[in-house]
Design a protein around this ligand. Sequence first.
Ligand code: NAD
Length: 434
Amino acid sequence: MSQLNNVLVRVENAAKTINLDRQTLDTLQGFKMVWTCDLEAGMDDGSLRRFKAVRIWHRSPHVDQPHKGGIRFHPAVNEEMMKAHAIEMSIKCWLMNLAWGGAKGGVAIDPVQHSIRELKAVTEKLVDEMDERNILGPFRDVPAPDVGTNPKIMNWIRQRYAQRRRHMEDTHFAGVVTGKPVGYGFGGLLGRNEATGYGMTVVLERILRDSKFGDAYLRHNPSTVAIMGFGNVGAHFAQFIKEKFPIFKIIAVSDINGGVFNQEGLNIHKLIEHREATGSILNAPATESISNDELLELNCDILAPAALEKVITSDNADRIKAKIILEGANGPTTPEADEILRLNNVLVIPDILANAGGVTVSFFEWARNLGIKDERVPLAYTEHVLSRLSEMMTASTDEVINIAQRHKTDLRNAAYITAIQRAAPLFRSKHLTD
Ligand code: NAD
């Protein structure tokens, strides 16, 4: 099944549990905008090269509010996958009480194969094409970093968007994108870079402490952690989980080239230093090599997939030995795998809850850029940002736990139900005014 089908099945399951009306379900499964384009960008050798670009807006009941979602630079970017992630973004925003519609997009490009100048040319072309079709804007569509993109690329988006309106007196250009660098004139917010990994630890802690969900796992004294993906999400999660639970041992981490393992626990700071020095986590001192497939099937308590989608499927779910799967990536587990994991008593903490920290702090950044008054927006210091994020994620996790208990269902279905129940009345009232 495609990633899009996986998400549609999940929306449908939640709709069935709460007897959602057909019209609202149809709306939830539809898209407001599907944009694809062949970008032509100049390469260092003077040639022009063409790349497929995609941007999707999921349906949203929030009139006059932007669509929100990451921009991915990865060879596998395509329309179907971006549609799946756009729906997940809506669900995530509604779950976190953010009045945004979901979006997702990207460029089918392998960033590792290109120079900084080439990546900048591709980014600027993307902004030009999106802007010419009136897609971008602080109240239309606000991108953020995702796989293969980062604060530097977000800053190129901000700069290009501002350049294209040089003649206009508008101070709000920074609000066109989030996840920007922090510093004078960039408009980024301290804590945004760390937010997704930090949020994962907040949700994990809350669930471990819950008397119904977590008790069984706490009794077992969870202590060993394996993390697939050591980019923004995986590496920050690794650092924060050690801070929050010093007794935990991170026994394995990996990236696209493979992983490293130490049963006694990896030294994450040393690993980051090794990566900075050599460009890779591989062959770090005091580690053994391990493949990504082996990492997924390691004997550990907590497995955090934090790279790409569909890595836990019906092919390997039966061999997963972790007690808890904490989804940092979007869509790492298929619905068939969910069922096998449920039968094997593995607790899955779903992506739409576990990794919602990034979009929540993006909301703080955007609201500050635009001077929007919202009592939830914290002061611009890391500790204020992360502490407000923690309050909001704990509240959403509590709600998901309550819904799961009320409907006797799993955390993923409960998270979808929580989000859909928030948006459904808004869709119904929108139908009346459309
Ligand atoms: P990133 O580009 O910073 O890091 C991705 C990591 O995954 C890298 O370590 C890369 O080497 C590794 N990787 C790539 N392909 C792999 C493969 N085939 N096998 C194993 N490892 C592989 O990206 P990120 O921002 O950390 O995003 C990771 C996941 O988290 C994605 O699913 C993304 O959609 C999701 N996510 C990110 C954010 C955010 O704030 N950045 C927020 C929510 C969800």
